[in-house]
Design a binder for this molecule. Structure first.
Ligand SMILES: Cc1cc2nc3c(=O)[nH]c(=O)nc-3n(C[C@H](O)[C@H](O)[C@H](O)COP(=O)(O)OP(=O)(O)OC[C@H]3O[C@@H](n4cnc5c(N)ncnc54)[C@H](O)[C@@H]3O)c2cc1C
Length: 448
């Protein structure tokens, strides 16, 4: 069916408006309003942002509240012009009693912020939140946070934690009530248990100069995980990290999934990052792989923009390389829409998951899917816990299948994650930041 640009745009605008109306009222989330104020403060001043990020980094290493407050006031002193609420905090920090009070508040603030993004210290502790989401019509994918893996023993531990999480979740989710939207699409049953896995944590040997070594080492830990996932009917999703590991990750996953023993499961998925200039070619090669040897269930492709944008730019500049990522946000957004279309056309040889908090990107995916004659059940929408909560509720209330990516781990392990999410949330060009600044819906939904 040929779809004109006008038809598509009309549909995008309508879906976007319907979803915006279904967003929960801000008044129902008083803490969110506070968070938004803190984020606004952080994003309005580069130096303050940098100071806060450095502070969040040292929190796990602080031994006392006094210590914590000393760091906070120390970092804030580096900010040339501090906003009034922060100057007040710094004055309190000059006395021991004041520092203790400030320390309590700062520790509480960091913990509160972390709990917004992290669902529990262990999979078991997270079960209550995961079940609450399910009851509200939201599926989840659990991500086990961990520090960088530098030894084989750490990689073994991470693989074991992934396996244990799959077991724990499979046991618990068995008794959950039926949620047909979350459990079936046109290709068949969908797993209730869904675990996201990082290859850099499955091997200490993932290095761009010796990709084969890392790939072989990670494969040894990935195979047992896939075998057990198949028995448990769990889905394993391999996250994508920075560009220097992309080829190794892709080859690892596609090679292992091509092995005869995995031809019929488990359900598995990979990620394509639309901020990479060469992502269209990369997607084509994955689609060729999927078309050449159809798997049951089909490979799921999660389309994201990409979480390592600053890192990729800095890396390229340091080496004098051309930037591998788009440098203009609208170029990245347009590429995301082009890849969305390509993915949707490729169904049913792949399952499609669109992971974004950008209302325009999400409405566009729904519109393209519908105009191509697809059923809503054949499109999965994904958000991050803590960043996409409102969109998640709006999508679930409209009957879409939405999956929330839920990190599990302690505060120490969560710090790198937390900082990445804070950076993402307070970057000036981010959709969430524009939305929080009160930009009109018309502008938010405009074609990139
Ligand atoms: C369920 C889920 C799973 C995820 N898994 C992964 C994963 O495996 N690997 C991964 O890398 N990320 C992953 N992400 C993170 C994802 O990449 C970011 O959340 C996403 O980029 C934010 O995009 P957005 O559409 O929500 O917001 P938007 O605000 O529309 O886009 C922000 C993004 O645009 C890009 N960008 C920002 N400024 C510019 C610029 N000047 N020029 C060009 N591009 C720019 C960056 O990618 C930035 O993150 C995941 C996200 C979700 C929701």
């Amino acid at each position: 069916m040929t779809v004109t640009a006008e038809q598509l745009e009309t549909e995008v605008q309508q879906i976007g408006r319907e979803l915006a109306e279904a967003f929960p009222a801000a008044s129902r989330h008083p803490m969110r309003a506070l968070d938004a104020r803190a984020m606004e403060l952080a994003s309005s001043d580069r130096e303050l942002r940098a100071a806060l990020f450095r502070f969040v980094d040292v929190v796990p290493a602080c031994r006392s509240l006094d210590d914590l407050a000393r760091h906070l006031t120390g970092f804030l002193q580096e900010v040339p012009q501090t906003p009034p609420p922060i100057s007040a905090a710094m004055r309190i920090g000059h006395t021991k009693a004041g520092r203790t009070a400030l320390g309590v508040a700062a520790a509480g603030g960091v913990r509160h912020m972390a709990h917004r993004f992290i669902v529990g210290e262990t999979p078991r502790a997270a079960l209550g939140v995961l079940r609450g989401l399910w009851d509200r019509g939201v599926a989840s994918s659990v991500d086990l946070l961990g520090e960088a893996t530098v030894t084989a023993a750490e990689a073994d531990t991470y693989a074991r934690r992934c396996l244990d999480a799959a077991e724990e979740l499979a046991r618990a989710t068995e008794g959950w009530p039926a949620r047909p939207v979350l459990e079936r699409d046109g290709s068949g049953a969908l797993a209730r248990t869904n675990v996201s896995v990082k290859v850099s944590a499955l091997t200490p040997l993932l290095r761009p100069d010796a990709p084969d070594l890392g790939r072989r080492d990670a494969a040894e830990r990935l195979r047992p995980l896939l075998r057990r996932a198949r028995e448990l009917r769990a889905h394993i999703h391999i996250d994508m990290e920075s560009l220097d590991s992309r080829e190794a990750v892709l080859e690892l996953v596609l090679d292992v999934l091509s092995e005869p023993e995995f031809a019929e499961g488990p359900s598995a998925g990979i990620v394509v990052q639309a901020y990479l200039r060469d992502s269209p070619e990369q997607l084509e090669s994955i689609l060729n792989w999927a078309a050449a040897g159809p798997r049951t269930p089909p490979l799921q492709i999660r389309l994201v923009k990409g979480a390592y944008w600053d890192h990729e730019l800095v890396q390229a500049r340091q080496h004098g390389w051309p930037a591998p990522v788009f440098e203009i946000k609208a170029d990245c957004d347009r590429n995301f829409e082009a890849l969305t279309r390509r993915l949707i056309e490729a169904r049913p040889s792949v399952r499609v998951a669109i992971a974004s908090h950008n209302l325009r990107s999400v409405a566009h995916a729904i519109a393209v899917s519908r105009l191509h004659g697809g059923a809503d059940e054949d499109l999965e929408l994904q958000v991050l816990r803590g960043l996409g909560d409102e969109l998640q509720d709006a999508l679930a209330s409209k009957g879409f299948r939405v999956r929330t990516y839920c990190p599990v781990g302690d505060l120490v392990a969560g710090m790198a994650y937390l900082v990445r999410r804070l950076l993402e949330n307070t970057s000036n060009e981010s959709f969430l930041h524009e939305q929080a600044r009160g930009i009109s819906l018309e502008k938010l939904l405009a074609a990139p």
